[in-house]
Design a protein around this ligand. Structure first.
Ligand code: SF4
Ligand code: SF4
Length: 209
């Protein structure tokens, strides 16, 4: 059957009219900021105090876009007579966001909780080379990382908090003054354990007794 002339135009106009009456979903960015979920994968923040330069993130990154430089430093022994230790000191930590595919593998594999997702997304550049961001910038993005979600009621206390609480309790117990021993019933005052030695009685005539 041959199509009725003008039916295509009518169909198109019907779609236009239907869409015109619907609520618009277009966000007028940058005049209006988008409402993003708090766990948006915007950019990667580095908490460098936690980084031990283990290189796991750089090794596991499928794009090889994490650049880490470090040097070794000798640390004096913790106790006299102990052995000197060496530790890695971070010199450079950079991520090339022109290569990064936001897979999150680096964040998952970091054993020391040094990498986090931040919802920050406004770091576009006109030059692709400017998309390699160094440790200071990655550190700045840590401030926009949302707090971890609350634990389920009745969940086990996190290991770090349990360890910190135990050490605080130990320190508080060590700072408590030792209780003074109570004198035994019938004992002469000043003769119990811990009492000051008694002065030797002197002869009123001047000689020692
Ligand atoms: S998110 Fe993926 S691609 Fe990006 S730096 Fe981490 S591991 Fe590499
Ligand atoms: S895996 Fe974590 S601790 Fe290891 S180098 Fe990467 S950020 Fe640092």
């Amino acid at each position: 059957m041959a199509p009725i002339p003008g039916s295509g135009l009518a169909k198109g106009l019907a779609v236009t009219l239907r869409t015109m009456t619907k609520k618009t979903v277009t966000a007028q960015y940058p005049d209006a900021q988008p409402e993003l979920p708090p766990r948006t994968r915007g950019v990667i923040g580095l908490f460098e105090e936690n980084c031990t330069v283990c290189m796991l993130c750089a090794r596991e990154c499928p794009d090889w876009c994490i650049y880490i430089d470090s040097h070794k430093e000798t640390v004096p022994p913790a106790a006299p007579g102990g052995r000197e230790r060496s530790r890695n000191v971070l010199d450079r930590f950079a991520i090339d966001f022109a290569l990064c595919m936001y897979c999150g593998i680096c964040i998952e594999v970091c054993p020391f909780d040094a990498l986090f997702w931040s919802p920050e997304f406004e770091y576009a550049e006109t030059d692709i080379h400017e998309l390699t961001h160094e440790r200071d910038k990655l550190r700045d993005w840590m401030w926009t990382v949302p707090a971890p979600p609350a634990l389920d009621p009745g969940a086990e206390e996190p290991k770090e908090i349990a360890a910190a609480r135990k050490s605080a309790e130990k320190l508080a117990a060590a700072a408590q003054p030792e209780p003074t021993p109570r004198p035994e019933p019938g004992a002469t005052p000043g003769t119990g354990p811990g009492s000051a030695p008694q002065a030797k009685p002197t002869d009123p005539q001047g000689g020692e007794s």
